[in-house]
Design a protein around this ligand. Structure first.
Ligand code: OGA
Ligand code: MN
Length: 293
């Protein structure tokens, strides 16, 4: 039995885990402990890891099926590749300020949970620092579980029990209408989820919102959007936020059901590459309790 330690990442959520070598984790070895920490703390940081693309996929699969947004775009025989969040082109240069790729990276600067626009949303993102910047480029996490627990009832009562609609192109439209028109952001029909995701393991409730959310049941579109902005603003106050400044080989894992995240700016000439695999949520994670038919 290996021993490990945890250290708080922030007062309200998140722990750094010390003493676990992720390259040795399997379903039978240490994953149970990691999963328990994940349910309890919503965000886990492991530093100085040696996780290959293959191991990255193995770890993701322990949480759930690997999300593959490009499945329909791949030609027959073309293999899945671990997605990168990157500003580096194939020739090694960094992408230009205004090109659509950079605008898409900028959409990541809006607070979101990944894949709320997919027919089945994500449970986790496992993000690994591959090439990191000397300044800027932090990934910030905000606990919508901690925020919900402390939200004034006057605000809670405006969203409790309502459904929220999500659409990928909505978050892209906030950055650039041209970006929003790309086919990759318009592949899925609008999704409709309960505003609160209750954790099936510990019963803790979290607000389930994102930059992709565009309408709230029972409100005019503009009124709903204003409410969504107000809710996200409440949840992302400093006391609910952990800001992660990357070092190479950091592994950051968070619970998409209870955490918003965003990237932050960095000098565009600096390369930044994070490899990112989302695991899809399943019924044991509570998908059946948030789905609105
Ligand atoms: C992501 C994401 C933010 C960042 O990988 O889903 O939003 O800091 N990344 O690059
Ligand atoms: Mn993201």
């Amino acid at each position: 039995m290996s021993s490990f330690e945890t250290r708080k990442l922030s007062p309200n959520f998140g722990v750094e885990v010390l003493g676990i070598d992720l390259s040795e984790v399997t379903g039978d070895h240490m994953f149970g402990q990691i999963r328990a920490l994940f349910e309890e703390h919503s965000a886990l940081l492991f530093r100085n890891q040696n996780v290959t693309d293959e191991k990255h996929q193995e770890l993701a699969r322990l949480f759930g099926p690997i999300e593959d947004r490009l499945a329909d775009e791949r030609k027959p025989g073309e293999a899945y590749e671990v997605p990168n969040v990157s500003n580096v082109r194939a020739d090694g240069s960094t992408t230009g300020e205004m090109d659509l790729h950079t605008l898409n990276l900028k959409s990541n600067f809006l607070w979101h949970s990944d894949s709320t626009f997919l027919p089945t949303p994500a449970l986790t993102n496992i993000l690994i620092g591959r090439v990191v910047t000397t300044t800027g480029g932090a990934t910030e996490l905000a606990s919508t579980r901690a925020a919900w627990a402390e939200m004034p009832e006057a605000l809670k009562s405006r969203i409790r029990g309502r459904g929220i609609w999500h659409r990928y192109s909505h978050s892209r439209r906030k950055i650039s209408p041209e970006l929003a028109k790309l086919p990759m952001f318009n592949k899925w029909p609008d999704q409709h989820w309960e505003a609160i995701w209750r954790n099936p393991v510990n019963g803790r409730e979290a607000l389930y919102v994102a930059s992709h959310a565009f309408r709230v049941d029972g409100y005019e579109e503009a009124e709903g959007e204003a409410l969504l902005d107000e809710l996200i603003k409440f949840c992302t106050q400093p006391e609910y936020v952990y800001s992660h400044q990357w070092s190479e080989n950091d592994v950051l894992i968070w619970d998409q059901r209870a955490v918003l995240h965003r990237g932050t700016e960095w000098p565009t000439e600096q390369p930044r590459v994070l490899s990112s695999i989302c695991s899809t949520a399943t019924e044991v994670d509570g998908t059946n309790t948030i789905r609105i038919q």
